[in-house]
Design a protein around this ligand. Sequence first.
Ligand code: PLP
Length: 438
Amino acid sequence: MTTDPRRQVPRTDALLSEPRLAAAAERLGRELVKSAVQAVQQRIRDGVTAPADAVDAVLRDLPATASSLRPVLNATGVLVHTNLGRAPLSEASVEAVVAASGTTDVELDLVTGRRGPRGEGAAAALLAAVPAAEAAIVVNNCAAALALVATALGHGKELVLARGELVEIGDGFRIPELLASTGARLREVGTTNRVTLEDYRSAVGPQTGAVLKVHPSNFVVRGFTRSVEVAELAPALAGSGVPLIADLGSGLLGPHPALPGEPDLQSALAGGADLVLASGDKLLGGPQAGLVLGRAELVQHLRRHPLYRALRVDKSTLAALEATLRGPLPPVQTMLAAGLEELRARAAALVATLTAAGLDAVAVGSTARVGGGGAPEFPLPSAAVSLPAAFAEPLRLGSRPVVGRVEGDRTVLDLRSVLPRDDEAVGAAVLEVARRWT
Ligand SMILES: *Cc1c(COP(=O)(O)O)cnc(C)c1O
């Protein structure tokens, strides 16, 4: 008998010249397709895959794009999830990125044919959204904005910072260590739980480069506490020539009715901060970026600093940021605004589909979070689909990965962090898992 499949492994070049795989190689690159071919050949040798299925098996294994990053449906209930790439971009923003991704007029004035200012559109959109700012620049992320500020204003000088604001953001990243790494000396004031205006006053002198306020984005201190807000600190520093810098982290442009405790760029500047710093991919809902807004002379000083060149953003970030600011509300904002009734109705509709297929699915109440260092402990009422815990792993490993939360013996798929247009895909992913089990 010669039916041993191991003897009939199709040859690599034969597979690669098969029209469907040749087309895939055009799109994804030959190396990627070749390694998928080799994996399938091995499976044929192992007797797991039939030789006749080789081409289909390779096509099934191929990634959708030439990048290993895969789209994931975020059903964690954490709207800005750092492990899932933080804010999903709006469609307007994605279109802008695609349009700018070729050669583009990022630094050319098409009218005069001469070099033009880079990132002017994004800066103008920021100024339109935050009228209290005189000027704005965009760097790689908020950590880069802090590094630039500390280097340009604090090098060889002191940065005055409250002890209660020596924040670790996550993954071992500590803001005081970043500041110190630039050569600035930190002058800590107050205690962990309390700092007064007098503490700041007595620390400021000719050696002071700046006074820095860092928003405690991911924790709260309760009880016997006292902090000094921007609006209180600014008048005390007025006339001293010492700039007041506020790192707000979350990137809200103005006050948000649903997040009363969260600081925003406009209010901090109106309250007297000279510069405000924020991330682009948290509550703002845009691309990864560090936003620096405030007094023109200080922004100009940062722009001229040599380090700025190492921290500036590329054309896709500028395009995505401008479209986030000028276009329709980005997903993070619509998720934040979603009504509980609407979320419950979506959960009920999904559950109806799943129970009709015989699954153990229940609509439950849930509590979502902003995440990503925004509004810590601020619960967002939500609705979810509850499934047996065994669904969690296969859902993550499916063709369209879904990440939920495991709570006790249940997998909870929170719909506040899912766009309504993706509900169907979430349902399809659950059904796919169930089908594989039967
Ligand atoms: C998140 C955060 C940062 C870091 O922002 P990245 O954009 O991730 O670099 C800095 N400061 C505060 C207060 C934050 O919340």
